[in-house]
Design a protein. Structure first.
Length: 505
């Protein structure tokens, strides 16, 4: 599989290194160092399959000669601790043939380094041991337009608030600082180069139809819970090839074993998370169903309660007669019917006519009919009041059930159930409406149903425990509504999908 490796080192004279010696070793050539007279001969080195030098436009053509290039570098650097060259080592994707590996590296080096003004010496190594790689040696100094070596840094005078140079009396010179002429030594450049190499490799893998991808970021930055192995190095690698146990090889074997264990733990944790989520969802679904059922009963009971109140009000206002005068008439009629003396009966009749006038009636028969209606109305009102007591008892019981159910939920279950209940309220309300229509028939009134829903929501909102959950519920509610809308849209598309023969091409 493709692996990512890009390391950056500096070849420094202060550490006893030589740019000429490094170039000779990487290219497998014999080069004499004019700086100290040392001859570096690596012509017997194996595994070098290709070398190439890339130069910026302003560089002299003679620098295409490796000996001339790096001797020129050694000559221009005077300091005993001078930084001579930058060495970048990259691993090549084994999935690509060498021709593509070569194009990949040359393209990367040209755009990333040569374009910036660096001279690049590329050496491809492959000992057919499964570790194809390339070394890229880069110059540290910029090259001027005339082909001469530029400065690594320049002197900048410190100025006062008026823009004048500041004189240092102790040092007897103007104060100044040094500023790099390029940003090649900045720490962020290394990150840019690593990112660019990963992008180039992935682009070539994609073009060649290879699924493998590389990432320049560490496991930690990628969010991958895996321990990285350590670099073996040439000595440990040779020992491992000869089946001899090396310390670094042993560490890597232990790391691989730990990663296998970690991977198995992650799989088990994932399975447990899925099982826990399923159990949680089932429990929330059960809670939501119960909450919606209680709410539906609440609405039904509230509808009956409001309907009874309306009927009671209608009964109380159904008779427009004077309710105080009608009983008076009825009492006089009873006295007349029970009276035997004619004179007393005549007096009663005179009182009766006055009572008729007050009650706006004209006959004894009419009075008896009104009294019968009043008695029936009073019985109906008494019956409705009894029903109302039962309905209020049902409301209290439903409210108590809901309160106990909510109290038994965990915080997360409460948030999820309340949010899901809000999403499916309209669907459940429509079912409740249809049930009431079927039960009441022609007497069903939609205005009363809407009032019952309004009163239910008001009543239940006061029964929910005071928890600081608004933002959480709003987020869950938004996600649930979005999911429901997508399901409805998908169902709509499926319902109206034309037959295969009718689809336009």
């Amino acid at each position: 599989m493709a692996i990512f490796h890009l390391s950056v080192k500096v070849i420094s004279r202060g550490k006893g290194k030589s740019a000429v010696g490094a170039a000779a070793y990487r290219s497998g050539e014999r080069i004499e160092n004019a700086y100290d007279g040392a001859v570096h001969d690596y012509t017997r080195k194996r595994g070098i399959i290709h070398t190439q030098i890339l130069l910026p436009p302003q560089a002299p053509a003679e620098y295409y000669n490796r000996s001339v290039l790096w001797n020129a570098v050694e000559k221009v650097e005077k300091a005993k601790n001078a930084q001579l060259a930058r060495d970048i080592e990259i691993s090549l994707p084994r999935e690509l043939p060498f021709s593509r590996q070569k194009q990949l590296v040359i393209g990367f080096v040209s755009q990333t380094f040569v374009k910036e003004g660096m001279c690049a010496d590329i050496c491809f190594h492959d000992k057919l041991d499964g570790n194809p790689h390339a070394h890229i040696m880069l110059t540290m100094r910029p090259i001027n337009e005339d082909g001469s070596w530029g400065q690594k840094q320049k002197k900048v005078y410190v100025l006062d608030e008026h823009g004048n140079k500041i004189y240092d009396k102790k040092k007897r010179q103007y104060k100044c600082t040094t500023v790099p002429t390029t940003d090649w030594n900045e720490s962020y450049k290394c990150e840019q180069w690593r990112s660019a190499w990963a992008e180039y490799v992935n682009n070539y893998l994609r073009i060649d139809g290879i699924k493998e991808r590389v990432d320049h970021r560490s496991y930690q930055r990628q969010g991958i819970e895996q321990i990285p192995t350590i670099h073996l190095g040439p000595v440990a690698s040779q020992m491992e090839k000869k089946r001899r146990i090396s310390e670094r090889g042993q560490i890597n074997r232990q790391i691989k074993e730990d990663n296998r264990l970690l991977h198995s733990i992650k799989i088990k944790m994932s399975e447990l998370k899925v099982a826990a989520k399923q159990a949680f969802d089932e429990k929330v679904k059960e809670f939501t169903t119960l909450l919606l059922r209680i709410r539906s009963r609440f609405i039904t009971t509230m509808y009956q309660d409001i309907s009874n109140d309306v009927k009671e009000a209608q009964l109380k206002t159904s008779l427009h007669y004077n309710e105080a005068a009608i009983p008076k008439c009825y009492h006089i009629i009873q006295q007349i019917e029970n009276e035997t003396e004619y004179d007393r009966m005549a007096d009663y009749r005179e009182d009766l006519f006055k009572a008729f006038y007050e009650a706006e009636v004209y006959s004894m028969k009419e009075v008896k009919q009104i009294v019968a209606l009043l008695q029936d109305r009073d019985k109906a009102i008494f019956h409705l009041q009894k029903q109302k007591e039962v309905l209020h008892k049902n409301l209290d019981e439903d409210s108590e059930k809901r309160q106990k159910l909510i109290a038994s939920m965990s915080k997360d279950e409460f948030y999820s159930a309340i949010a899901k209940e809000a999403v499916y309220q309209k669907i459940e309300d429509e079912k409740t409406r249809n049930d009431l229509k079927e039960f009441y028939g022609d007497e069903y009134q939609d205005m009363i149903f809407k009032e019952a829903v309004k009163c239910t929501d008001k009543e239940l909102s006061m029964k929910i425990p005071q928890r600081n959950h608004k933002n959480v519920v709003d987020k869950i509610l938004f996600d649930s509504q979005t999911k429901l809308q997508l399901q409805q849209q998908t169902r709509h598309l499926v319902d109206y999908m034309p037959p295969k023969g009718d689809r336009s091409r």
